[in-house]
Design a protein around this ligand. Structure first.
Ligand SMILES: Cc1cc2nc3c(=O)[nH]c(=O)nc-3n(C[C@H](O)[C@H](O)[C@H](O)COP(=O)(O)OP(=O)(O)OC[C@H]3O[C@@H](n4cnc5c(N)ncnc54)[C@H](O)[C@@H]3O)c2cc1C
Ligand code: SF4
Ligand code: SF4
Length: 422
Protein backbone atom coordinates (compact mmCIF):
# COMPACT_ATOMS: atom_id res chain seq x y z
CA UNK A 1 0.00 0.00 0.00
CA UNK A 2 1.43 3.44 -0.90
CA UNK A 3 2.76 5.41 2.10
CA UNK A 4 1.50 8.93 2.74
CA UNK A 5 4.67 10.91 3.46
CA UNK A 6 4.08 14.27 1.79
CA UNK A 7 1.29 16.65 0.85
CA UNK A 8 1.90 15.65 -2.76
CA UNK A 9 1.09 12.03 -1.77
CA UNK A 10 -2.15 13.18 -0.10
CA UNK A 11 -3.24 15.15 -3.17
CA UNK A 12 -2.11 12.73 -5.86
CA UNK A 13 -3.69 9.72 -4.10
CA UNK A 14 -7.00 11.66 -3.83
CA UNK A 15 -7.13 11.94 -0.04
CA UNK A 16 -7.11 15.74 0.12
CA UNK A 17 -10.27 17.31 1.59
CA UNK A 18 -9.36 20.77 0.26
CA UNK A 19 -9.27 22.43 3.71
CA UNK A 20 -6.32 24.73 2.90
CA UNK A 21 -4.45 24.24 6.21
CA UNK A 22 -1.21 23.22 4.44
CA UNK A 23 -1.15 26.55 2.57
CA UNK A 24 -1.60 28.38 5.89
CA UNK A 25 1.24 26.65 7.77
CA UNK A 26 3.63 26.57 4.78
CA UNK A 27 2.68 29.60 2.63
CA UNK A 28 6.13 29.78 1.02
CA UNK A 29 5.66 26.26 -0.30
CA UNK A 30 1.95 25.77 -1.12
CA UNK A 31 -0.87 27.75 -2.69
CA UNK A 32 -4.47 26.61 -3.12
CA UNK A 33 -5.82 26.28 -6.65
CA UNK A 34 -9.22 25.21 -7.94
CA UNK A 35 -9.16 22.06 -10.05
CA UNK A 36 -12.67 21.82 -11.52
CA UNK A 37 -12.64 17.98 -11.41
CA UNK A 38 -11.18 17.56 -7.93
CA UNK A 39 -11.82 20.63 -5.81
CA UNK A 40 -9.51 23.10 -4.12
CA UNK A 41 -6.03 21.60 -3.90
CA UNK A 42 -2.57 22.72 -2.76
CA UNK A 43 0.18 22.88 -5.34
CA UNK A 44 3.81 23.56 -4.51
CA UNK A 45 5.40 26.72 -5.95
CA UNK A 46 7.99 25.85 -8.59
CA UNK A 47 10.69 27.73 -6.65
CA UNK A 48 9.04 27.10 -3.28
CA UNK A 49 10.71 26.66 0.09
CA UNK A 50 11.47 23.10 1.25
CA UNK A 51 8.73 21.60 3.41
CA UNK A 52 9.00 22.17 7.17
CA UNK A 53 6.77 19.13 7.75
CA UNK A 54 4.10 21.27 9.45
CA UNK A 55 1.65 20.78 6.58
CA UNK A 56 1.56 17.02 7.15
CA UNK A 57 1.10 17.60 10.90
CA UNK A 58 -2.13 19.54 10.38
CA UNK A 59 -3.50 17.72 7.29
CA UNK A 60 -6.86 16.00 7.94
CA UNK A 61 -6.63 14.26 4.56
CA UNK A 62 -4.21 11.61 5.78
CA UNK A 63 -4.83 11.57 9.53
CA UNK A 64 -7.59 12.26 12.06
CA UNK A 65 -6.99 11.63 15.73
CA UNK A 66 -9.60 12.05 18.43
CA UNK A 67 -8.44 12.39 22.02
CA UNK A 68 -11.54 13.53 23.91
CA UNK A 69 -12.20 12.25 27.42
CA UNK A 70 -14.42 9.20 26.87
CA UNK A 71 -15.30 9.10 30.58
CA UNK A 72 -16.56 12.68 30.74
CA UNK A 73 -19.78 12.31 32.78
CA UNK A 74 -21.43 15.18 30.85
CA UNK A 75 -21.26 13.27 27.58
CA UNK A 76 -24.38 11.61 26.15
CA UNK A 77 -23.20 7.99 26.16
CA UNK A 78 -25.76 6.77 23.61
CA UNK A 79 -24.38 9.16 20.96
CA UNK A 80 -20.66 8.68 21.61
CA UNK A 81 -19.87 5.67 19.34
CA UNK A 82 -21.39 7.02 16.11
CA UNK A 83 -21.57 10.79 16.67
CA UNK A 84 -18.58 11.59 18.90
CA UNK A 85 -18.70 13.79 22.00
CA UNK A 86 -22.12 15.43 22.55
CA UNK A 87 -23.20 17.20 25.75
CA UNK A 88 -26.61 18.58 24.74
CA UNK A 89 -28.95 18.58 21.73
CA UNK A 90 -31.53 21.14 20.65
CA UNK A 91 -33.70 22.04 17.71
CA UNK A 92 -33.57 25.79 17.29
CA UNK A 93 -33.27 28.81 15.04
CA UNK A 94 -31.96 32.36 14.85
CA UNK A 95 -34.27 34.73 16.72
CA UNK A 96 -33.73 37.31 13.97
CA UNK A 97 -36.24 36.48 11.22
CA UNK A 98 -33.98 37.66 8.38
CA UNK A 99 -31.11 35.43 9.52
CA UNK A 100 -33.46 32.50 10.06
CA UNK A 101 -34.93 32.89 6.57
CA UNK A 102 -31.55 33.38 4.83
CA UNK A 103 -29.78 30.57 6.71
CA UNK A 104 -29.38 27.07 5.33
CA UNK A 105 -31.51 25.37 7.96
CA UNK A 106 -32.46 27.77 10.80
CA UNK A 107 -29.55 30.24 10.65
CA UNK A 108 -28.09 28.92 13.93
CA UNK A 109 -24.46 29.12 12.77
CA UNK A 110 -24.86 32.76 11.75
CA UNK A 111 -26.79 33.64 14.92
CA UNK A 112 -24.04 32.13 17.12
CA UNK A 113 -21.41 34.05 15.16
CA UNK A 114 -23.34 37.32 15.43
CA UNK A 115 -23.82 36.84 19.18
CA UNK A 116 -20.05 36.27 19.53
CA UNK A 117 -19.32 39.54 17.68
CA UNK A 118 -21.95 41.73 19.32
CA UNK A 119 -22.13 40.40 22.88
CA UNK A 120 -18.87 38.57 23.52
CA UNK A 121 -16.74 41.26 21.83
CA UNK A 122 -15.01 38.82 19.52
CA UNK A 123 -13.17 40.46 16.64
CA UNK A 124 -14.32 38.44 13.61
CA UNK A 125 -15.62 35.24 12.03
CA UNK A 126 -13.47 33.26 9.59
CA UNK A 127 -15.70 31.46 7.11
CA UNK A 128 -16.74 31.12 3.47
CA UNK A 129 -18.54 33.43 1.09
CA UNK A 130 -19.07 33.38 -2.66
CA UNK A 131 -16.35 35.02 -4.74
CA UNK A 132 -17.95 38.33 -5.82
CA UNK A 133 -16.12 38.23 -9.18
CA UNK A 134 -17.10 34.61 -9.94
CA UNK A 135 -20.05 33.54 -7.74
CA UNK A 136 -19.65 29.93 -8.87
CA UNK A 137 -16.44 29.85 -6.76
CA UNK A 138 -15.89 30.44 -3.03
CA UNK A 139 -13.39 32.47 -1.03
CA UNK A 140 -12.42 32.71 2.63
CA UNK A 141 -13.44 35.89 4.46
CA UNK A 142 -13.04 37.35 7.95
CA UNK A 143 -16.44 38.92 8.64
CA UNK A 144 -16.55 41.59 11.33
CA UNK A 145 -20.16 42.82 10.96
CA UNK A 146 -23.69 41.42 10.86
CA UNK A 147 -24.01 42.62 7.27
CA UNK A 148 -21.01 40.56 6.17
CA UNK A 149 -22.30 37.51 8.06
CA UNK A 150 -25.68 37.84 6.32
CA UNK A 151 -24.02 37.87 2.89
CA UNK A 152 -22.39 34.50 3.64
CA UNK A 153 -25.47 32.65 4.94
CA UNK A 154 -26.41 29.35 3.31
CA UNK A 155 -24.43 26.20 2.55
CA UNK A 156 -22.33 26.29 -0.58
CA UNK A 157 -22.12 22.79 -2.10
CA UNK A 158 -18.84 23.55 -3.82
CA UNK A 159 -15.13 23.49 -2.92
CA UNK A 160 -14.09 25.88 -0.15
CA UNK A 161 -10.87 26.15 1.89
CA UNK A 162 -11.58 28.18 5.03
CA UNK A 163 -8.25 27.13 6.61
CA UNK A 164 -6.19 28.82 3.88
CA UNK A 165 -6.62 32.16 5.71
CA UNK A 166 -6.13 31.10 9.31
CA UNK A 167 -3.42 33.77 9.27
CA UNK A 168 -6.28 36.30 9.52
CA UNK A 169 -7.21 34.85 12.92
CA UNK A 170 -3.57 34.69 13.97
CA UNK A 171 -3.02 38.37 13.12
CA UNK A 172 -6.41 39.65 14.37
CA UNK A 173 -6.50 42.13 17.27
CA UNK A 174 -8.87 39.85 19.22
CA UNK A 175 -10.40 36.40 19.34
CA UNK A 176 -12.30 35.06 16.31
CA UNK A 177 -14.95 32.42 15.57
CA UNK A 178 -14.24 29.72 12.97
CA UNK A 179 -17.03 28.10 10.91
CA UNK A 180 -16.38 25.21 8.55
CA UNK A 181 -16.96 21.61 7.52
CA UNK A 182 -15.92 18.82 9.91
CA UNK A 183 -12.60 18.29 8.07
CA UNK A 184 -11.86 22.05 8.15
CA UNK A 185 -12.54 22.06 11.89
CA UNK A 186 -10.28 19.03 12.47
CA UNK A 187 -7.49 20.88 10.62
CA UNK A 188 -7.98 24.00 12.75
CA UNK A 189 -7.77 21.99 15.96
CA UNK A 190 -4.57 20.29 14.73
CA UNK A 191 -3.08 23.63 13.62
CA UNK A 192 -3.69 25.33 16.99
CA UNK A 193 -1.41 22.71 18.61
CA UNK A 194 1.59 23.94 16.66
CA UNK A 195 0.66 27.64 16.24
CA UNK A 196 0.39 29.34 19.66
CA UNK A 197 -0.88 32.65 18.20
CA UNK A 198 -3.69 30.83 16.43
CA UNK A 199 -4.51 28.98 19.65
CA UNK A 200 -4.65 32.23 21.63
CA UNK A 201 -6.89 34.00 19.11
CA UNK A 202 -9.24 31.12 18.35
CA UNK A 203 -12.68 31.51 19.93
CA UNK A 204 -15.61 29.12 19.39
CA UNK A 205 -15.21 26.58 16.60
CA UNK A 206 -18.47 25.79 14.79
CA UNK A 207 -18.94 22.91 12.34
CA UNK A 208 -21.92 21.94 10.24
CA UNK A 209 -22.85 18.40 9.25
CA UNK A 210 -21.45 17.42 5.87
CA UNK A 211 -22.24 14.58 3.47
CA UNK A 212 -19.47 15.66 1.07
CA UNK A 213 -18.16 18.42 -1.16
CA UNK A 214 -19.03 18.29 -4.86
CA UNK A 215 -16.42 19.59 -7.32
CA UNK A 216 -16.64 22.89 -9.22
CA UNK A 217 -17.37 20.80 -12.33
CA UNK A 218 -20.60 19.76 -10.60
CA UNK A 219 -21.68 23.39 -10.33
CA UNK A 220 -20.61 24.14 -13.92
CA UNK A 221 -22.58 21.14 -15.22
CA UNK A 222 -25.62 22.13 -13.16
CA UNK A 223 -25.43 25.66 -14.55
CA UNK A 224 -25.26 24.22 -18.07
CA UNK A 225 -28.28 22.04 -17.32
CA UNK A 226 -30.41 25.14 -16.67
CA UNK A 227 -28.99 26.82 -19.80
CA UNK A 228 -26.16 28.89 -18.26
CA UNK A 229 -23.16 27.86 -20.34
CA UNK A 230 -20.97 30.88 -19.53
CA UNK A 231 -20.07 30.91 -15.82
CA UNK A 232 -18.78 34.47 -16.26
CA UNK A 233 -22.39 35.58 -16.83
CA UNK A 234 -23.41 34.47 -13.30
CA UNK A 235 -24.12 37.41 -10.97
CA UNK A 236 -25.50 35.47 -7.97
CA UNK A 237 -25.58 31.79 -6.99
CA UNK A 238 -27.17 30.29 -3.88
CA UNK A 239 -27.34 26.58 -3.11
CA UNK A 240 -29.63 26.74 -0.06
CA UNK A 241 -31.44 29.12 2.29
CA UNK A 242 -34.25 31.65 1.91
CA UNK A 243 -36.57 29.15 3.55
CA UNK A 244 -35.89 25.53 4.55
CA UNK A 245 -34.27 23.86 2.78
CA UNK A 246 -34.42 26.59 0.14
CA UNK A 247 -33.79 26.37 -3.59
CA UNK A 248 -30.63 26.35 -5.70
CA UNK A 249 -30.98 29.71 -7.45
CA UNK A 250 -28.81 31.35 -10.10
CA UNK A 251 -29.01 34.89 -11.50
CA UNK A 252 -27.16 35.57 -14.71
CA UNK A 253 -26.87 38.05 -17.57
CA UNK A 254 -28.90 36.46 -20.38
CA UNK A 255 -29.98 37.65 -23.81
CA UNK A 256 -32.81 39.74 -22.28
CA UNK A 257 -30.91 41.21 -19.33
CA UNK A 258 -30.65 39.65 -15.87
CA UNK A 259 -32.48 36.32 -15.65
CA UNK A 260 -33.10 33.81 -12.86
CA UNK A 261 -33.37 30.05 -12.81
CA UNK A 262 -33.84 27.75 -9.84
CA UNK A 263 -34.10 24.09 -8.85
CA UNK A 264 -35.45 22.42 -5.73
CA UNK A 265 -33.01 21.22 -3.05
CA UNK A 266 -33.74 17.59 -4.04
CA UNK A 267 -33.02 18.27 -7.73
CA UNK A 268 -29.81 20.21 -7.13
CA UNK A 269 -28.29 18.00 -4.41
CA UNK A 270 -29.46 14.91 -6.31
CA UNK A 271 -27.39 16.16 -9.26
CA UNK A 272 -24.37 17.49 -7.36
CA UNK A 273 -23.78 14.57 -5.00
CA UNK A 274 -22.30 12.34 -7.68
CA UNK A 275 -19.50 14.95 -8.05
CA UNK A 276 -18.31 14.53 -4.43
CA UNK A 277 -14.54 14.20 -3.97
CA UNK A 278 -13.24 10.70 -3.18
CA UNK A 279 -12.09 11.52 0.36
CA UNK A 280 -15.72 12.23 1.36
CA UNK A 281 -16.67 8.59 0.65
CA UNK A 282 -14.29 7.41 3.39
CA UNK A 283 -14.81 10.30 5.80
CA UNK A 284 -15.33 9.15 9.42
CA UNK A 285 -16.57 12.52 10.71
CA UNK A 286 -19.63 13.93 8.96
CA UNK A 287 -20.94 15.75 12.03
CA UNK A 288 -18.12 17.96 13.29
CA UNK A 289 -16.80 15.85 16.16
CA UNK A 290 -13.85 18.23 16.73
CA UNK A 291 -16.03 21.35 17.08
CA UNK A 292 -17.43 23.18 20.11
CA UNK A 293 -20.84 23.34 18.43
CA UNK A 294 -22.13 21.39 15.42
CA UNK A 295 -25.24 22.26 13.42
CA UNK A 296 -27.24 20.35 10.81
CA UNK A 297 -30.68 19.81 9.36
CA UNK A 298 -33.51 18.28 11.41
CA UNK A 299 -34.45 15.89 8.59
CA UNK A 300 -36.48 13.70 10.97
CA UNK A 301 -39.47 15.62 9.57
CA UNK A 302 -40.36 16.89 6.10
CA UNK A 303 -40.11 20.63 5.42
CA UNK A 304 -43.51 22.30 5.07
CA UNK A 305 -44.25 24.74 2.22
CA UNK A 306 -42.94 28.23 3.08
CA UNK A 307 -41.17 26.91 6.19
CA UNK A 308 -38.60 29.28 7.72
CA UNK A 309 -36.47 26.48 9.06
CA UNK A 310 -34.83 25.14 12.19
CA UNK A 311 -31.35 23.81 12.86
CA UNK A 312 -30.30 20.74 14.77
CA UNK A 313 -27.75 22.04 17.31
CA UNK A 314 -25.19 19.91 19.21
CA UNK A 315 -23.00 21.28 22.02
CA UNK A 316 -19.86 19.14 22.00
CA UNK A 317 -17.73 20.90 24.62
CA UNK A 318 -18.29 23.05 27.71
CA UNK A 319 -17.29 26.10 25.62
CA UNK A 320 -19.95 25.10 23.07
CA UNK A 321 -22.57 24.71 25.78
CA UNK A 322 -21.74 28.17 27.16
CA UNK A 323 -21.93 29.67 23.68
CA UNK A 324 -25.36 28.20 22.89
CA UNK A 325 -26.80 29.09 26.31
CA UNK A 326 -25.34 32.60 26.13
CA UNK A 327 -26.84 33.17 22.67
CA UNK A 328 -30.22 31.98 23.91
CA UNK A 329 -30.16 34.16 27.03
CA UNK A 330 -29.14 37.21 24.99
CA UNK A 331 -32.04 36.65 22.57
CA UNK A 332 -30.03 35.55 19.50
CA UNK A 333 -31.22 31.92 19.42
CA UNK A 334 -34.57 30.29 20.08
CA UNK A 335 -34.11 26.74 21.40
CA UNK A 336 -36.13 23.63 22.19
CA UNK A 337 -34.23 20.94 24.10
CA UNK A 338 -34.29 17.61 22.23
CA UNK A 339 -33.50 14.01 23.16
CA UNK A 340 -30.40 12.24 21.79
CA UNK A 341 -32.51 10.11 19.42
CA UNK A 342 -33.29 13.17 17.26
CA UNK A 343 -29.70 12.93 15.90
CA UNK A 344 -29.90 9.44 14.29
CA UNK A 345 -33.51 10.00 13.22
CA UNK A 346 -32.48 13.25 11.47
CA UNK A 347 -29.37 11.80 9.80
CA UNK A 348 -30.05 8.17 8.81
CA UNK A 349 -27.88 8.60 5.70
CA UNK A 350 -24.89 9.81 7.70
CA UNK A 351 -25.32 6.86 10.08
CA UNK A 352 -25.23 4.45 7.12
CA UNK A 353 -22.22 6.27 5.70
CA UNK A 354 -20.34 5.83 8.97
CA UNK A 355 -21.52 2.23 9.06
CA UNK A 356 -19.92 1.50 5.67
CA UNK A 357 -16.51 2.84 6.69
CA UNK A 358 -14.88 -0.21 8.28
CA UNK A 359 -15.67 -2.50 5.34
CA UNK A 360 -14.55 0.16 2.86
CA UNK A 361 -11.18 0.66 4.57
CA UNK A 362 -10.50 -3.08 4.75
CA UNK A 363 -11.42 -3.47 1.05
CA UNK A 364 -9.23 -0.54 -0.01
CA UNK A 365 -6.22 -1.75 1.97
CA UNK A 366 -6.53 -5.24 0.55
CA UNK A 367 -6.52 -3.72 -2.96
CA UNK A 368 -3.39 -1.68 -2.22
CA UNK A 369 -5.18 1.68 -2.21
CA UNK A 370 -3.91 4.42 0.13
CA UNK A 371 -6.17 5.13 3.12
CA UNK A 372 -6.02 7.72 5.91
CA UNK A 373 -5.19 6.84 9.53
CA UNK A 374 -8.11 7.31 11.91
CA UNK A 375 -7.54 7.11 15.68
CA UNK A 376 -10.18 7.34 18.39
CA UNK A 377 -12.94 6.97 15.79
CA UNK A 378 -13.97 3.31 15.98
CA UNK A 379 -15.96 2.02 13.02
CA UNK A 380 -16.15 -1.79 13.40
CA UNK A 381 -19.09 -1.76 15.85
CA UNK A 382 -21.03 0.65 13.62
CA UNK A 383 -20.37 -1.54 10.58
CA UNK A 384 -21.57 -4.60 12.50
CA UNK A 385 -24.72 -3.04 13.96
CA UNK A 386 -25.95 -0.41 11.51
CA UNK A 387 -25.61 -2.22 8.18
CA UNK A 388 -27.57 -5.26 7.04
CA UNK A 389 -25.65 -8.08 5.27
CA UNK A 390 -26.86 -7.06 1.83
CA UNK A 391 -25.77 -3.45 2.53
CA UNK A 392 -22.35 -4.72 3.63
CA UNK A 393 -21.95 -6.69 0.40
CA UNK A 394 -23.21 -3.79 -1.77
CA UNK A 395 -20.86 -1.36 -0.04
CA UNK A 396 -17.83 -3.59 -0.69
CA UNK A 397 -18.89 -4.01 -4.33
CA UNK A 398 -19.34 -0.24 -4.68
CA UNK A 399 -15.89 0.36 -3.20
CA UNK A 400 -14.26 -2.01 -5.70
CA UNK A 401 -16.08 -0.28 -8.58
CA UNK A 402 -14.91 3.15 -7.37
CA UNK A 403 -11.29 1.95 -7.11
CA UNK A 404 -11.49 1.19 -10.83
CA UNK A 405 -13.64 4.11 -12.00
CA UNK A 406 -11.78 6.77 -9.99
CA UNK A 407 -8.37 5.22 -10.74
CA UNK A 408 -7.54 5.12 -7.04
CA UNK A 409 -4.44 2.96 -7.55
CA UNK A 410 -2.87 5.61 -9.76
CA UNK A 411 -1.54 9.05 -8.97
CA UNK A 412 -3.26 12.11 -10.39
CA UNK A 413 -2.15 15.73 -10.74
CA UNK A 414 -4.21 18.75 -9.70
CA UNK A 415 -4.61 21.21 -12.58
CA UNK A 416 -5.74 24.81 -11.99
CA UNK A 417 -8.93 26.03 -13.63
CA UNK A 418 -8.63 27.68 -17.05
CA UNK A 419 -5.43 25.80 -17.79
CA UNK A 420 -5.27 22.96 -20.29
CA UNK A 421 -5.37 19.45 -18.83
CA UNK A 422 -1.94 17.80 -18.51
C1 LIG B 1 -21.03 20.54 1.37
C2 LIG B 1 -22.08 20.52 2.45
C3 LIG B 1 -22.71 19.31 2.81
C4 LIG B 1 -23.67 19.28 3.82
N1 LIG B 1 -24.25 18.09 4.17
C5 LIG B 1 -25.16 18.06 5.19
C6 LIG B 1 -25.77 16.83 5.61
O1 LIG B 1 -25.47 15.76 5.06
N2 LIG B 1 -26.66 16.85 6.64
C7 LIG B 1 -26.98 18.03 7.26
O2 LIG B 1 -27.79 18.01 8.20
N3 LIG B 1 -26.42 19.19 6.91
C8 LIG B 1 -25.52 19.24 5.88
N4 LIG B 1 -24.94 20.43 5.52
C9 LIG B 1 -25.14 21.57 6.41
C10 LIG B 1 -26.46 22.28 6.24
O3 LIG B 1 -26.65 22.52 4.87
C11 LIG B 1 -26.43 23.61 6.98
O4 LIG B 1 -25.29 24.32 6.63
C12 LIG B 1 -26.41 23.48 8.45
O5 LIG B 1 -27.62 22.89 8.84
C13 LIG B 1 -26.23 24.85 9.13
O6 LIG B 1 -27.30 25.65 8.79
P1 LIG B 1 -27.41 27.12 9.40
O7 LIG B 1 -28.70 27.69 8.91
O8 LIG B 1 -27.15 27.08 10.86
O9 LIG B 1 -26.17 27.84 8.67
P2 LIG B 1 -26.03 29.33 8.19
O10 LIG B 1 -26.42 30.27 9.28
O11 LIG B 1 -26.69 29.49 6.86
O12 LIG B 1 -24.46 29.44 8.02
C14 LIG B 1 -23.78 28.65 7.09
C15 LIG B 1 -22.29 28.87 7.31
O13 LIG B 1 -21.58 27.88 6.59
C16 LIG B 1 -20.49 28.47 5.90
N5 LIG B 1 -20.30 27.68 4.66
C17 LIG B 1 -21.18 27.53 3.64
N6 LIG B 1 -20.71 26.67 2.72
C18 LIG B 1 -19.50 26.27 3.16
C19 LIG B 1 -18.52 25.37 2.65
N7 LIG B 1 -18.72 24.71 1.50
N8 LIG B 1 -17.39 25.18 3.36
C20 LIG B 1 -17.18 25.85 4.53
N9 LIG B 1 -18.09 26.71 5.07
C21 LIG B 1 -19.22 26.92 4.39
C22 LIG B 1 -20.93 29.90 5.60
O14 LIG B 1 -19.80 30.74 5.50
C23 LIG B 1 -21.80 30.23 6.83
O15 LIG B 1 -21.02 30.82 7.83
C24 LIG B 1 -24.01 20.48 4.48
C25 LIG B 1 -23.39 21.69 4.12
C26 LIG B 1 -22.43 21.72 3.11
C27 LIG B 1 -21.77 23.03 2.74
S1 SF4 C 1 -6.43 18.02 3.26
FE1 SF4 C 1 -5.99 20.18 3.70
S2 SF4 C 1 -3.93 20.14 4.60
FE2 SF4 C 1 -4.22 18.16 3.58
S3 SF4 C 1 -3.37 18.43 1.53
FE3 SF4 C 1 -5.55 18.89 1.38
S4 SF4 C 1 -5.70 21.10 1.66
FE4 SF4 C 1 -3.67 20.49 2.39
S1 SF4 D 1 -17.53 14.60 3.89
FE1 SF4 D 1 -15.84 14.77 5.35
S2 SF4 D 1 -14.01 15.03 4.06
FE2 SF4 D 1 -15.79 15.46 2.77
S3 SF4 D 1 -15.99 17.69 2.88
FE3 SF4 D 1 -17.37 16.77 4.40
S4 SF4 D 1 -16.19 16.74 6.31
FE4 SF4 D 1 -14.75 17.08 4.63
Amino acid sequence: MPKLRTIDDVVSLQLCTGCGACAYVEPERYEMIDDPRLGRRPIAFAEGAPSSGQAMEVCPGHRLEHDFDEDDPMMLRELRPEWGPVIAVWEGHAADQEIRWAGSSGGAATALALYSLEREALHGVLHIDKDPQRPSLNRTVLSTSGEQLMRATGSRYAPASPCDRLDLIEDAPGKCVFIGKPCDVAAVQAARRIRPRLHDNLGPVIAFFCAGTPSTQGTLDLLARVGVTDPESVTELRYRGNGWPGRWTVRFNGADGEEESSLSYEESWGFLQSYRQWRCYICPDHTGEFADVAVGDPWYRDPQPGEQGKSLILARTQAGLDLVRGAEQAGYLVLERAGPDIVPSSQPNLLKTRGRLWGQLVTLRSLGVATPTYKGMPSFRTWLINLGWSEKVRSIGGTIRRVIRRRLRHRITAVPMDEPDA
